[in-house]
Design a protein around this ligand. Structure first.
Ligand SMILES: Cc1cc2nc3c(=O)[nH]c(=O)nc-3n(C[C@H](O)[C@H](O)[C@H](O)COP(=O)(O)OP(=O)(O)OC[C@H]3O[C@@H](n4cnc5c(N)ncnc54)[C@H](O)[C@@H]3O)c2cc1C
Length: 267
């Protein structure tokens, strides 16, 4: 580690001001990604702005048609929320599959989305559910938010404050985990809403999370795992690494998609 300034604001306004005024500042949420990156000297911010003491960034609210989750809400709180479990059980189950208990009690929704790790789970949930990411400056639809691996539409100094998830009629998430890290080798989130079906894949794309229009069109005709038979995602452009090559990942997308549709159909 090396020297840096540490700030712990108690309001969003204060955080935004510190972020623009402090030299080379970076937000810290759960620190689960940022701190290891700093330890390895892959990042060296001059100041850290800790969002943990800002009450307005925490909590879960349920409305008739949506669930709103504050950026500093921990994965464990989403997994254990009675409102999320009732309204979008797939989202609670997804949160429960993240990492291990330590990761779930430190990692935050905002940190996960802002980081946009190509193997993270929340980007798939946001894209499939048609979520809206709210920042201290604007509202960004998930379709426009995830712009590539570790890359998002966030501007310099912009802070995610909450995420609004529309409540689907059916949804499910199926994940093939890396047994060591628990990140997704491939994860597929399927959501059915009035007039729309979305299939979002994480863990596989070399550009990060993506949708599979051929599967969405087939499921719109009939929402059944059988509708996905014969639909394949080509391995070109998928990740290959020591854990799985592109061909295996392409195969897993089909398997995970069918499992997710089956689980959603059973709800
Ligand atoms: C061992 C291990 C296993 C994991 N397994 C999984 C897994 O299975 N699935 C999964 O999805 N994730 C997994 N994670 C990631 C973890 O869940 C966290 O979500 C992730 O590390 C980022 O969240 P954080 O709150 O720790 O963010 P931080 O590390 O604090 O920040 C990450 C980045 O986001 C920025 N940021 C944070 N909050 C905001 C905000 N509100 N507005 C704008 N920018 C912001 C920071 O500046 C930084 O650049 C794992 C992590 C570890 C260490």
């Amino acid at each position: 580690m090396y020297a840096f300034e540490y700030h712990r604001p108690t309001s969003l306004r204060q955080a935004a001001s510190l972020l623009t005024k402090s030299e080379d500042a970076k937000i810290i949420a759960g620190g689960h990604t940022l701190l290891p990156t700093m330890k390895q000297r892959l990042a060296a911010p001059g100041s850290l702005i800790d969002l943990s003491q800002i009450p307005e960034l925490k909590g879960i609210e349920r409305a008739a048609r949506s669930i709103t989750i504050g950026a500093m809400t921990r994965h464990a709180d989403v997994a254990n929320s009675a409102d999320v479990r009732e309204a979008i059980p797939a989202l609670a189950e997804m949160a429960e599959m993240i990492g291990d208990p330590h990761v779930r009690h430190r990692g935050t929704v905002g940190g996960s989305i802002a980081n946009n790790d190509p193997a993270a789970d929340y980007p798939a949930a946001c894209l499939a559910l048609g979520a809206t990411i709210i920042t201290n400056q604007r509202k960004i639809p998930a379709d426009e938010f995830f712009t590539g691996i570790f890359s998002t539409a966030l501007e310099e100094g912009e802070i995610i404050t909450k995420v609004v998830f529309p409540i689907p009629s059916k949804a499910a998430y199926a994940k093939f985990r890396n047994p060591a890290s628990r990140y997704a080798l491939v994860g597929v989130f399927v959501a059915k809403r009035a007039g729309e079906i979305r299939v979002a894949v994480t863990g596989a794309g070399s550009d990060g999370v993506f949708r599979v229009p051929a599967m969405e069109e087939a499921l719109a005709k009939r929402f059944s795992p059988k509708s996905l038979e014969g639909i394949t995602v080509p391995p070109d452009g998928l990740n290959s690494d020591i854990h799985a090559d592109a061909t295996y990942r392409a195969h897993l997308i089909g398997v995970m998609a069918r499992r997710a549709v089956q689980a959603a159909a059973n709800r």
